[in-house]
Design a binder for this molecule. Sequence first.
Ligand code: SPD
Length: 433
Amino acid sequence: MKKLFSISAALLLAGASLFAQDRSKVLKIYNWSDYIDEEILKEFPVWYKEQTGEDIEIVYQLFDINEVMLAKIEKGKADFDVVCPSDYMIERMLNHGLLLPINKDFGDTPSYLDNVSPFFRDAFKNKLKAPAGVDVNDYAVGYMWGTTGFLYNTKYVKPEEVSTWGAILNPRFENKIFMKDAPRDVYSPLLIYIHPEVTNLDSLMFSTSDEDIAAVEKILVDAKPNIAGWEADFGKEMMTQEKAWLNWTWSGDAAWAMQEAADVNVELDYIVPEEGSTYWFDGWVIPKYAQNIKAASYFINYMCQSEMAIRNMDATGYVSVIGTPEVLESVQESAIENGFTQTYDVSYLFGEDGKEVIVDPVYYPSQEIMDRCALEHDADEDTIKLLKMWQRVKGDNLSTPIIIIIVLVVLAIVFFAVKSVGKKGKNAKKTKK
Ligand code: SPD
């Protein structure tokens, strides 16, 4: 696996020099951080020129969580041409009229969209809520997917201690946990945790009752002495550097961290707690205010080639939704290279060819794990209740040393203010005399 890099300043800032340029020659992409092989981005203009005879320049910007991306588009009316929201956010954007259909006419260029595993095309069509008669596949094409679970350091944490989401309350983990700063990806697994009686996780994923929100809030508040920080992408480094023992995270970050850690003799492992969890996927969409639908659609098609899927997986640690034999062969090869020997049934993704294959189980959860995972859904107008709870939980997340420093600074300011008023008073008296 390659080291992750920050996208070059040239790509990020290209926009600055493009003011006067023809917008049809610019493709504005808004993606998660650490979520693409940078070379693939750089190669796109060459491929696009070969396919269409047209020039294109990429402006690439990063976001950390879905909610930030949404605000930029919904409130800021940002003119990104392609963005990469998660499942529930695709639902939200589609149902709020924030998406445009993907143009699937690629002229002489082959369409690679069908490389996406039927498992995901089916989930897009049948699991995501959409306006009547709308097939989500016309508005979104899958990119990466995974589960939510615990990444943990085996030197300090036993697997049985993290077999439950309740691990975040274990007093042994004081200040040792990094939490994913993604409200839905924390709320939903905790919903599953507080409802052991519920067997239909799919319907539970819609719950935003006041009682559920309050119960989740209480757990998070109680867990705060254990929470060392909230992160959207640096948790993996905290874990490889042993600055935390436990990270509530996405499987792709976990896979990346586990490989990096092995190089420095740190042993990390990943677990999906027994109560169950969420599986998720992110997909490419064209937002309402896009200005280059043609290049956006070609970019989405370009990303669906098996070669791009394999290279992106290698660079990021995340797992592509592409379910072609080439991808299966590549993931088997690298699992064997990395010493895996056990076979798994991943036919849910690769069809019959995936019935009994050697894969890394962090990358491809077994059917048994998938059976206890569910997809998240948009909370629509209740989103605000959820986000307020999240802010309340995180808002007072100041550690004791920081509180002490703030108190000392305030006391110092008051002390000097009083002193200076006293001096002025004395000087005034002197002048009168
Ligand atoms: N660093 C890129 C992470 C992208 C992961 N997306 C996961 C979303 C889960 N809702």
